[in-house]
Design a protein around this ligand. Structure first.
Ligand SMILES: NC(=O)c1ccc[n+]([C@@H]2O[C@H](COP(=O)([O-])OP(=O)(O)OC[C@H]3O[C@@H](n4cnc5c(N)ncnc54)[C@H](OP(=O)(O)O)[C@@H]3O)[C@@H](O)[C@H]2O)c1
Length: 490
């Protein structure tokens, strides 16, 4: 990836025994260490409230790493060296006195990073306690996870609590989609290739689709998810971030604020969805029983711990319009749901057809280029272009041919780092360009809140869809009304 850092890092990891830390953060830190990117002397303080010894924690981490990384990537010696960087501090985050020992652990010559892999309501408590015990300076970097609140007001409370202790340029708000290789490739594709830069507007693009589909249901997370729903859990952050990266104007440079200024302009230009627009612009769904991967599965209301009267959405499809010169008249159709037929995230840019068509009339429907950007599975891009069918008997029959770029095949020698590796690396380098600024979070909530308010006011329940399908038929009707179809239906 890059040159190792010269300055060592002290990483305090709050919530170190939680799901995120165990499944994503420790494996990502191990990968960075394996690549030689952790500066010598870098250390990790795992902070949690379980009563275990550091030896027990290190043994657990060894098994965890073996389970989470591939057999080729797991090296017993390297993993042993990595876990020897890890110390353990037992602490209830609300216990003010317990923070005393944290100050003693930190070596002031190292870059201090505080990672709050905890419920968001803990961010303010931890920040205040760290300040009270002088465990942070103006150089400290602080990492927080989504969700930042559940609406605009609650996000302001969390952001205010953080702002009481830290300056905005110390805060790294994670949206892990921004760490994905393809998402950064989107920036390269748009701004390093004039071929695309010159075509990226309402003159050349007819519409854009973004799909983020999960095949799983809610599993054991029913209580957490039911408070949020798909629009808060996925649209407010991941899907709007993707939309911003597609729609933003070219930034003046790659600095964090140039990039984030442009994203904010897009969020501000999102057309408000008023109550009278809801039927045409928004589809809200909840899965009922059906089949997933060949197995019969329960509906959302039959999942373990479910409240049978819940009206929380597990699917949402939206027609989004952006009120500016570049995108006037270009709808962005976005959808995301649980219990879809497959796990898949992709963006499709549909280009307009050529102004005058001269080939077989019955092939006219083929005549628009598409750029398909896959985030998962198989990160990569495909450009669908039109060529002629081979053969003397084919005349000038057209076919859509793919120009294919599957990263894992094309760059087989290069390992694709996962999103958390990239993000942790950027945090250690102090680069905020892949992290979400406060005003982005708040503009995104402002836009999403009005849709949630419209749902509340109408009292209309979500539409049912069978597990293992692409959501309520109304989402197909939404795009069909405009004479289009979702890509996999085409
Ligand atoms: N998991 C993911 O893949 C993922 C993805 C995106 C965002 N996030 C976000 O990342 C954060 C962490 O998620 P998670 O899935 O790791 O949650 P989690 O498994 O519940 O982990 C949170 C940890 O915080 C600890 N904790 C909570 N209150 C505490 C207190 N007062 N004192 C000491 N420890 C306390 C919990 O300890 P106990 O175990 O003792 O209760 C738990 O280990 C959340 O904000 C979540 O929304 C997670």
């Amino acid at each position: 990836m890059s040159e190792p850092l010269q300055t060592s890092c002290d990483l305090m990891l709050f919530g170190a025994l939680g799901n995120l830390a165990q499944k994503k953060l420790f494996p990502a830190l191990y990968q960075l260490d394996r690549s030689g990117l952790l500066a010598p002397g870098s250390r990790i303080l795992a902070i949690a409230r379980r009563d275990i010894s550091v030896e027990e924690l290190r043994a657990e981490l060894m098994s965890r790493l073996e389970a989470e990384v591939t057999a080729e990537e797991f090296d017993l010696n390297l993993a042993g060296l990595f876990v020897s960087r890890v110390d353990y501090q037992r602490l209830d985050f609300t216990d003010t006195e317990g923070y005393l020992s944290l100050n003693a652990w930190h070596d002031s010559g190292s870059q201090l990073i505080i990672y709050m892999a905890t419920p968001p309501m803990m961010y303010g408590v931890i920040a205040r306690n760290l300040r009270a015990h002088r465990c942070c300076t103006a150089r400290t970097r602080v990492v927080v996870e989504k969700p930042i609140g559940h609406d605009l007001e609650s996000s302001k409370v969390i952001n205010d609590e953080l702002a009481e202790v830290y300056h905005e340029n110390q805060l790294f708000r994670i949206d892990h989609y921004l760490g994905k290789e393809t998402v950064q490739n989107l920036i390269a594709l748009r701004f390093a290739n004039n071929l695309f830069a010159s075509q990226w507007d309402q003159n050349h693009i007819s519409h854009v689709e973004i799909t983020v589909a999960e095949s799983t249901g809610i599993g054991g997370r029913w209580g957490y998810f039911d408070q949020a729903g798909q629009i808060r859990d996925m649209v407010q952050n991941h899907l709007l971030q993707l939309l911003c990266l597609i729609a933003m104007d070219p930034p003046a440079d790659l600095s964090a604020d140039s990039l984030r200024d442009e994203k904010v302009k897009v969020l501000k230009a999102l057309k408000k969805i008023t109550p009278d627009m809801m039927e045409q612009y928004v589809v809200r769904g909840q899965y009922s029983g059906g089949a997933s991967n060949g197995k019969v599965v329960q509906g959302y209301l039959e999942e373990e711990g479910a409240d049978k009267s819940s009206e929380t959405e597990t699917f949402v499809a939206l027609k989004v319009e952006i009120d500016n010169w570049r995108w006037s008249g270009v709808p962005f159709y976005i959808r995301t749901g649980k219990r879809m037929p497959e796990k898949m995230s992709q963006i499709i840019i549909h280009f307009k057809p050529a102004p005058h068509y001269i080939f077989d009339p019955d092939q006219k429907h083929l005549a628009n280029n598409k750029l398909i950007i896959r985030l998962q599975p198989d990160e990569g891009m495909t450009l669908k272009i039109l060529t002629k069918e081979n053969g003397l008997d084919k005349g000038m029959r057209l076919r859509q041919s793919p120009l294919e770029l599957t990263f894992s095949e094309t760059f087989a020698a290069d390992r694709i780092p996962n999103a958390y590796e990239r993000l942790l690396w950027e945090i250690m380098r102090g680069n905020q360009y892949l992290f979400v600024r406060r005003d982005e979070v708040e503009h995104a909530w402002r836009w999403v809140d009005q849709i949630i308010q419209n749902w509340r006011d109408s009292g209309e329940p979500p539409k049912r869809y069978a597990a293992g399908t692409w959501g309520p038929v109304a989402s197909i009707a939404m795009i069909t009304r405009d004479g289009r179809s979702w890509y996999e239906d085409a």
